[in-house]
Design a protein. Structure first.
Length: 255
């Protein structure tokens, strides 16, 4: 996995193109560490993408074939690797952008789903392929897919493992937008990043936290939590600058 930094953006590139950027447990641990280290004082966004012609083919099947473990050992491994990736992605205090440059299969699809934004090149193919190797969707798949695409569509994807194009992924709400080719994809993501750089990252982190925390709450508890987080936002320098800029008739200058 290759990690670079440029103008407030941390780009994580999955770099095992010879196996379509399939994830090992080491890759998952490294990705979780990178997401956990996201500081809104230093970063405006994190971009996830793949090297070569694929975003990610999901879990490394050869590693699965070599693995010998009890269910208890499997639980510990999954929790500390792919499970932790989801936890860190949902809790990250900066927005995460999946730049899907090619096929996103299994855990690759799930990584796109757990990102805050997902843009895909038109030629990309998606599949919730876990069932094809006798597994259920993981990396947050059973939690996120029904919320993104609806219950019946989530079941269809999980039960069949069917492959579908980027246009259908956008229509069902799995991704935000389809780009014609890689140049268009670069431009679309660059435009999004320009917008995110202009916004207060700390405030975005608070909004993200409130949205994710409230996904499982009843409305009364959700409103109480929303009010608590908003009270924190009211006390920030970002809010002060936003109000001052509005009253002075200028664009805000957020740190």
């Amino acid at each position: 996995m290759n990690v670079t930094h440029d103008d407030g953006v941390r780009t994580v590139t999955f770099d095992r193109p010879e196996v379509m950027n399939a994830f090992t447990t080491d890759t998952a641990e490294e990705l979780a560490d990178v997401l956990a280290d996201a500081d809104p004082a230093e970063l405006d966004a994190i971009v996830l993408t793949g090297e070569g012609g694929a975003f990610s083919a999901g879990g490394d099947i050869e590693s699965m074939a070599e693995r010998e473990e009890t269910p208890e050992e499997a639980y510990e491994r999954i929790t500390e690797t792919f499970g932790r990736v989801v936890e860190e992605a949902l809790a990250a205090r900066v927005p995460i952008v999946a730049k899907v440059n090619g096929d996103a299969v299994g855990a690759g699809l799930a990584i796109a789903a757990v990102s805050d934004f997902a843009y895909a090149v038109e030629s990309a193919t998606f599949s919730c392929a876990f069932v094809r190797v006798g597994l259920i969707p993981d990396t947050g798949g059973t939690f996120l897919l029904p919320r993104l695409v609806g219950l019946r569509t989530a079941k269809r994807l999980a039960f069949t493992g069917e492959f579908f194009p980027a246009e259908e992924a956008a229509e069902m709400g799995l991704i935000n937008e389809v780009a014609g080719d890689e140049a268009d994809l670069d431009e679309a993501v660059a435009d999004l990043l320009d917008t995110l750089r202009e916004r207060p990252t700390r405030t975005i982190g608070l909004a993200k936290r409130a949205i994710h925390e409230n996904m499982g709450r009843g409305w009364k508890e959700a409103m109480d939590y929303e009010n608590a987080v908003q009270s924190q936002a009211y006390g920030t320098a970002e809010h002060e600058e936003g109000v001052a800029a509005f009253l002075e008739g200028r664009e805000p200058e957020f740190e």
